[in-house]
Design a protein around this ligand. Structure first.
Ligand code: ANZ
Ligand code: ZN
Length: 807
C-alpha cells in the first residue's frame, strides 16, 4: 500500500517551500516575463471575518492567476483594504474605540484568513485606504479635480430629519420617516461637494466598446449614463413675459400636448397660482417638499394641482393648462414637461384622473382608436391630428422634429444624460477630510499639494454633531487655520469623502505603494498597469466600476497615467448563499466559516469545492456535504499517481488520447470561465485513467505529469507534490501549460469480424472503445439477412470478434 493522501503534511510542506522560493517571479532564466495584472475587488475589513462566500471570488482570481503564471507571465496580484466607512464608525460610537484601532485588528484577522486560501498575493504591495500615505493621494486627486473645475460646491436638497437634526442617506429613510426616531423626513438644502462626472458622460459611454466585460454590465452602465436625444421647447405663458421650457424626447408628439406639468420646486410654480388656486397650490408645494425622491418615483396614484394659468403650444397656438405634480422631478431635464396623454402612460393616468382631453397623434396603420383605455406608447405609426405633419411616419418625424423646432425658433435640439453629478461629501468622521480651506476673502482654496496629507484628527465623540456637520466641525483648533493664499484666518472644510473615494483608484497604487513623490511613477505604471483582469461581485456593476473609469480617465487627462480605461477584462462572480438562497449573515446565523473545512479536508479540497458548487457567474447555495466528493476525487488522483509512478509504464494510444482530451477539455473550459465543469472534467478523466490503469497495470508518467500540471492552479499543493513525486525538479508552476494535439484526441476505429455460429459472415468498423451493446448491435445489423434462426447467445471479444450463436 502506498502513502495515503495527507493534506495537512503536504500543504504545510509547500507553504514553507513557496515562502523560501516564490514561484511568481519577474525574471527567470528565459529573461523578463511579461506582466499580467489580476485584481480582486478589495474587501472592507469587517469584524466578522471571512465566510465561504468570500473565498469563492478569491479562489477564482487565484486560479486565473496561476493559469496565467503557467502560461509564462509574471503575475501582479495584490490585496488591500477598503477601510473607511460607516461600520467602523458605528462601532466606534457604540464601543468608544477609535476606528483606526478596530480597523487594524480586523485587517490582521482577515489577512490571516486570506492566507489560508494559499493565493499568490504579493503582500509587499498591500494598501489601506485609511493610511495617510495612501489618502494623501486620494486628497491629491481631489485637489487636481478642484483645480480643473471638476469639484465644485452646490446647495443640494438632501434628506433631513428635523428631530435628529442630521442629514440621512436614502437607505436611512423608511416610508418617508427617519429610521431612528420615526419623524417625517424633509428635504434640506445643504452645501455639498460635487464631482462633475457628467463631463465624462460621453466618453464613459463610448469607451464601453473597448472593454472585454460582460455585456450585461456594459448595458447597465450605458443605461445608467442614459443618453437620449430630444428637444427643449419653449411654451409662452399667457399674460406673462416668461416662457416655460420643457424637455421632451418626443417632440414628434407636440400636437398631442394637451397640458403641461411643472415640478412643485420649479421656480415659477408658486407664481403661476391665481387668487382662486393660491391656497391649494401652496399646500401642494409644501407637501411635496416633505417627500423623498424615492417616494415620489414610486408607482402610486398620481396627485396634482391646477395652477390656474395657461401656456400656449408654440406649434398650434392651443391654450394648454399648467399643472403641478410631483411625478415631475425638479432636477431632471428642465423640471417641466409637456404632457401627451395619448402616448405616455403617466400622462394618460393623470389626464384620466383630472378629466383632461386626450388627443391621439400617432396611429397604428393610420387608424384612430375610438375609446382609448391606455396610452399608445409605441413610437411607430402614422401622424394624425398634427397639421402639416399628418401622414408622416412617426419614426422619421421623431428624428426630424428637433431640427424643425430649431428652425422655427421655438426651442432647440438636445442631447440628455440620466447621469448626475456625484454628491461627494459626507457629514461623517471616518473618511478622508476634504482638503479645502474656506477663506472669507479668497473663497474655497485647496490645501497646497505639498501639505498633503491633511490627516484626520482625533475627536472626543464620533457622533454626528446634530447640525448636519461632521464631528470634525467640533474641533476648533483643527477647523481654524490660515488661508494659504492671503494668510488671513480661515476655516477648514469639515465634510469628509464618501467610501467610494479610495476604491476609485486604489488599483493604481498597489504597484508603487511607497512612492511619496507621485501617486504612481511613470515607470511602474508603464511596467505593470493597467489591470488585465478584474474579479468581483456583480453588485458593483454601476457605482464602483463607473467611478473607477471616471477617475482613470481624469488621471489620464492630467498625465498621471497614459491609459484611460482601468480594467481590460471583467468577471463578476455570483454570491454564495445559505440554504434557500438566503444571504449569509451573522444575524441570520447561517454563516459558514472556511476554517473547519480547511482543517478537515484541506485548502485544496475547499478551493476545488468552491468552484464545483455551480457556474461561477451565478449564485449558489452552500452545502457542506458536497465537499466530500471533491476530497474523494483528490484522494483517487493521488492514489493513481502513487501506484503508477515507479512502474515505468509505456504510454498506450489510449492513454495518449485521454491525455490530449483532458488538456483540451480543461483548457477550453478554463478559457471560457466554466470552472465548475473544469472540476467535473477532472473527475471524469481521472476515472477513465483509473479504469485504464486497472487494465494496463498503471499509467505512463507523461500523462500523470500532465494531470499534475493541470491540477496545479486549482489544487496548488497537490499539484506541486505530485510533480515532485513524479521525479521532476523545481516547481510545477515552471512546467508551462500543456498543449494538446487534436489528432491524438480522435477515437480509434477497429475492424471486427462478425461470425454466425463460428463462421465469419461480415466485417464491421467500430470505435476501438465501443461498448459491448453497440458492437453487437453493429454486428447484427451487418448480418441481418443471414440471421434466420433464434439468437441464443452473443459474444463480443473487444477489438477481436463478434460471435452470434443461433439455433
Ligand atoms: C413628451 C412625451 C410624449 C414624453 C411621449 C414621453 C412620451 P427620458 O427618456 O428618461 O429622458 N420628462 C422630462 N423631464 C422630466 C422630469 N423632470 N420628470 C419626469 N419626467 C420628465 O424621458 C424623457 C421624457 O420624460 C420626456 O419626454 C418627458 O416626457 C419626461 F409620448 O415629453 B416626454
Ligand atoms: Zn484668503
Amino acid at each position: 500500500m502506498s502513502t495515503p493522501y495527507n493534506h495537512k503534511a503536504i500543504e504545510k510542506k509547500w507553504r514553507g517551500r513557496w515562502e523560501e522560493n516564490p514561484v511568481n517571479v519577474k525574471e527567470d532564466e528565459n529573461g523578463k516575463r511579461q506582466k499580467y495584472y489580476c485584481l480582486d475587488m478589495f474587501p472592507y475589513p469587517s469584524g466578522n471575518g471571512l465566510h465561504v462566500g468570500h473565498w469563492r471570488g478569491y479562489v477564482i482570481s487565484d486560479v486565473w492567476s496561476r493559469y496565467k503564471l503557467l502560461q509564462g507571465y509574471y503575475i501582479v496580484h495584490p490585496m488591500g483594504w477598503d477601510a473607511f466607512g460607516l461600520p467602523a464608525e458605528n462601532y466606534a460610537i457604540k464601543m468608544g474605540v477609535h476606528p483606526a484601532r478596530s480597523t487594524a485588528e480586523n485587517v490582521e484577522n482577515i489577512k490571516r484568513q486570506i492566507n489560508e486560501i494559499a493565493a499568490l498575493y504579493d503582500w509587499d504591495m498591500e494598501v489601506n485606504t485609511t493610511d495617510p500615505e495612501f489618502y494623501k493621494w486620494t486628497q491629491w486627486i481631489f485637489v487636481k479635480m478642484f483645480k480643473e473645475g471638476l469639484a465644485y460646491e452646490k446647495e443640494f436638497p438632501i434628506n433631513w430629519c428635523p428631530s435628529c437634526k442630521t442629514g440621512l442617506a436614502n437607505e436611512e429613510v423608511v416610508n418617508g420617516k427617519c429610521e431612528r426616531c420615526g419623524t417625517e423626513v424633509t428635504k434640506k438644502n445643504l452645501r455639498q461637494w460635487m464631482l462633475k462626472i457628467t463631463a465624462y458622460a460621453e466618453r464613459l459611454l463610448n469607451d464601453l466598446d473597448k472593454l472585454d466585460w460582460p455585456e450585461k454590465v456594459k448595458k447597465m452602465q450605458a443605461d445608467w449614463i442614459g443618453k437620449s436625444y430630444g428637444a427643449e421647447v419653449d411654451f409662452p405663458v399667457e399674460g406673462r413675459e416668461e416662457k416655460i421650457t420643457v424637455y421632451t424626447t418626443r417632440p414628434d408628439t407636440l400636437y398631442g400636448a394637451t397640458f403641461m406639468v411643472l415640478a412643485p420646486e420649479h421656480e415659477l410654480a408658486a407664481s403661476l397660482a391665481t387668487p382662486e388656486t393660491k391656497e391649494a397650490v401652496e399646500k401642494y408645494i409644501y407637501d411635496a417638499s416633505m417627500k423623498s425622491n424615492v417616494d415620489r418615483m414610486q408607482d402610486k396614484e398620481k396627485t396634482g394641482v391646477f395652477t390656474g394659468s395657461y401656456a400656449v403650444n408654440p406649434l398650434n397656438g392651443e391654450k394648454t393648462p399648467i399643472w403641478l405634480s410631483d411625478y415631475v422631478l425638479a432636477d431632471y431635464g428642465t423640471g417641466a414637461i409637456m404632457c401627451v396623454p395619448a402616448h405616455d402612460d403617466r400622462d394618460f393616468e393623470f389626464a384620466k384622473k383630472f378629466g383632461i382631453p386626450i388627443v391621439q397623434v400617432i396611429a397604428k396603420d393610420g387608424k384612430e382608436i375610438e375609446n382609448m383605455t391606455e396610452a399608445y406608447t409605441e413610437a411607430n405609426g402614422t401622424m394624425i391630428n398634427s397639421g402639416e405633419w399628418n401622414g408622416m411616419e412617426s419614426a422619421v418625424l421623431k428624428k426630424e422634429a428637433p431640427h424643425v423646432i430649431e428652425e422655427r425658433g421655438i426651442g432647440k435640439a438636445t442631447v440628455n444624460y440620466k447621469l448626475r453629478d456625484w454628491v461627494f461629501s459626507r457629514q461623517r468622521y471616518w473618511g478622508e477630510p476634504i482638503p479645502i480651506i474656506h477663506c472669507p476673502e479668497c473663497g474655497a482654496v485647496p490645501v497646497p499639494e505639498e501639505e498633503l496629507p491633511l490627516t484626520l484628527p482625533d475627536v472626543e465623540s464620533y457622533e454626528p454633531t446634530g447640525t448636519g456637520e461632521s464631528p470634525l466641525a467640533g474641533i476648533e483648533e483643527w477647523v481654524n487655520c490660515t488661508c494659504p493664499v492671503c494668510k488671513k484666518p480661515a476655516k477648514r472644510e469639515t465634510n469628509t469623502m464618501p467610501q467610494w473615494a479610495g476604491s476609485s483608484w486604489y488599483f493604481l497604487r498597489y504597484v508603487d505603494n511607497h512612492n511619496s513623490e507621485a501617486l504612481v511613477s511613470r515607470e511602474k505604471a508603464d511596467e505593470m498597469l493597467p489591470v488585465d483582469m478584474y474579479i468581483g461581485g456583480v453588485e458593483h456593476a454601476v457605482l464602483h466600476l463607473l467611478y473607477s473609469r471616471f477617475y482613470t480617465k481624469f488621471l489620464c487627462d492630467i498625465g498621471a497615467v497614459d491609459f484611460d480605461e482601468p480594467f481590460k477584462k471583467l468577471f463578476n462572480q455570483g454570491m454564495i448563499t445559505g440554504k434557500n438562497g438566503i444571504k449569509m449573515s451573522k444575524s441570520k446565523g447561517n454563516v459558514v466559516s472556511p476554517d473547519d473545512l480547511v482543517r478537515d479536508y484541506g485548502c485544496d479540497s475547499l478551493r476545488m469545492y468552491e468552484l464545483f458548487v455551480g457556474p461561477p457567474e451565478l449564485d449558489a447555495e452552500w452545502d457542506d456535504r458536497g465537499i466530500d466528493g471533491v476530497n474523494r476525487f483528490l484522494k483517487r488522483a493521488w492514489n493513481l499517481v502513487m501506484e503508477s509512478k515507479d512502474k515505468d509504464i509505456k504510454a498506450t494510444k489510449e492513454m495518449i488520447k485521454v491525455r490530449n482530451k483532458m488538456v483540451y477539455d480543461i483548457t477550453t473550459r478554463l478559457d471560457s470561465f466554466s470552472l465548475n465543469t473544469v472540476i467535473s472534467g477532472f473527475m471524469e478523466h481521472n476515472n477513465k485513467l483509473i479504469e485504464i490503469a486497472k487494465r494496463e497495470g498503471g499509467i505512463d508518467k507523461e500523462t500523470l505529469s500532465t494531470l499534475a500540471v493541470l491540477l496545479s492552479p486549482f489544487a496548488p499543493h497537490m499539484g506541486e507534490e505530485l510533480w515532485e513525486q513524479l521525479g521532476h525538479e523545481g516547481s510545477v508552476f515552471n512546467a508551462g501549460w500543456p498543449s494538446y494535439d487534436v489528432n491524438a484526441m480522435k477515437d480509434d476505429e477497429v475492424e471486427v469480424p462478425v461470425q454466425i455460429n463460428g463462421k465469419t459472415r461480415a466485417v464491421v468498423t467500430v470505435p476501438a472503445d465501443v461498448s459491448k451493446e453497440d458492437a453487437i448491435a453493429a454486428g447484427r445489423e451487418a448480418v441481418a439477412d443471414k440471421l434466420t434462426g433464434t439468437v441464443v447467445k452473443e459474444i463480443y471479444v473487444p477489438k477481436k470478434i463478434i460471435n452470434i450463436v443461433q439455433k
